[in-house]
Design a protein around this ligand. Sequence first.
Ligand SMILES: Cc1ncc(COP(=O)(O)O)c(C=O)c1O
Length: 383
Amino acid sequence: MKTIIEPFRIKSVEAIAMTTRDQRQRYASEAHFNLFALDSENVLIDLLTDSGTSSMSADQRAAVMRGDESYAGSPSFDRFEAAVKHLMPFRHVIPTHQGRAAERILFSIATKPGQHVPNNTHFDTTRANVEAQGTHPVDLVVPESLHLDSDGPFKGNMDIDRLQAFIADVGPAAVPLCMLTLTNNAAGGQPVSMENIRATKDVCARHGIPLFIDACRFAENAYFIKLREPGYADVPVTDIVREMFSHADGCTMSAKKDGLVNMGGWLALNDDAWAAECGNLLILTEGFPTYGGLAGRDLEAIAVGLAEVVNEDYLTYRLAPPDTWAVISSRPGSPSSARSAGTRSISTPARFCPISRHFDIPAKPSPSSFTFTAASAAAKSAR
Ligand SMILES: Cc1ncc(COP(=O)(O)O)c(C=O)c1O
């Protein structure tokens, strides 16, 4: 197994409480074995999520001090907007307090009750926001996504045949937009290939259906394309990212992931009429369009985070923990097997613990983000 040298220096650390096995058993039992009910200060190694857990780099902290908190016309918004458009060249960028707010605004404007939104796999907040409009979320991920032992490089892909069949079945008028989630979080964080993004766009374009990307882990997805898809090995990640978004009509984003900040998000899109309606809805619940649900300092931190997240030394380091897990789990005799994914590796608890039956403990995605998020700030400060 290759050793990865951390591409950063650590300037600041936060102490965590060491716990004993007995204490951990008690905390888990008191929380009824529900990870969401634990007090975070009792958690020694936090595998719950990567969302918002990224440390800030020295440059981000410096940028925070530049935050302009004016209600309207803040230059912090200009820097945020320019950083987003550099990677995701959409005409309109609408800041929100996090990804789910962007989803709610988009689906409120774009969908009607009874319509359908296909996706490779909906993340749970996306699914909930689609359903909240009376619209049906439909997951059309490739079948190998569901087979832990299969070794495909892009197990997050949309199943293009099923997408075509689905649109033919319900009719294009019943599909107000289609989504692709990069990486495919709810399907084990597996990536989506450029070929698949292009093919999805082709199908959508043929039927006049806009394609939106759920962009949460766009940099990670781009790096997988560089590593695994023929023709991209020598293409800079920034160019891969720009190509990914060139095939889409818009995106929703949680900056708590690949924005490398603790809070934030946005909705970006090309359609002027939809953008105007979304902007109005934004003012109703999030804030004026030059800050959305965010402070000026948050916008500054995102602008810097977006420049830092496409650093390839950082991405190499970031993918190391899941890769290591995949190597361990694919050894002969290992109780688990998984194609490495970015945020997660999937294991089957029943194979680790033969006395458990799989209906007692269904397959559990284990985010390996704890390793990279704890260190990401320092990683960035070295850039
Ligand atoms: C793929 C994906 N989409 C959307 C979201 C929602 O983002 P937020 O938590 O910022 O609302 C998440 C959060 O984990 C996610 O992973």
